[in-house]
Design a protein around this ligand. Sequence first.
Ligand code: FES
Length: 112
Amino acid sequence: MAEGIPVAKVGEIAEDEAIVVPRATAGTGDDIAVFYSAGEYSAIDNTCTHEEASLARGWIENGTVECPLHASSFCLRDGKVLGPPAQRGVTAHVITIDGDQLLLIPDPSRLV
Ligand code: FES
């Protein structure tokens, strides 16, 4: 069996949409948002580094997400902050595909 936590099937996340993997499932300190945008799957911590907002509920476009609360933007590939008011990026996690299954490999720094 491939390494990783099964989170969705290929095609279940629509273009520029996201799902949330609860922290209890991921074993991490934050929920993880899994995105499909610009033809790629990606995963980052779900909580904005500015205040408490779910990035999965943000505006997703062309490999970036804009926070729904104050519009900080983040790169979905590496979690870097692209626009204020957030000053810090979010942790990026690894998504692999095994057949039609998306597998999440949380970044070890975020495991609890
Ligand atoms: S909570 Fe995300 S920008 Fe303020």
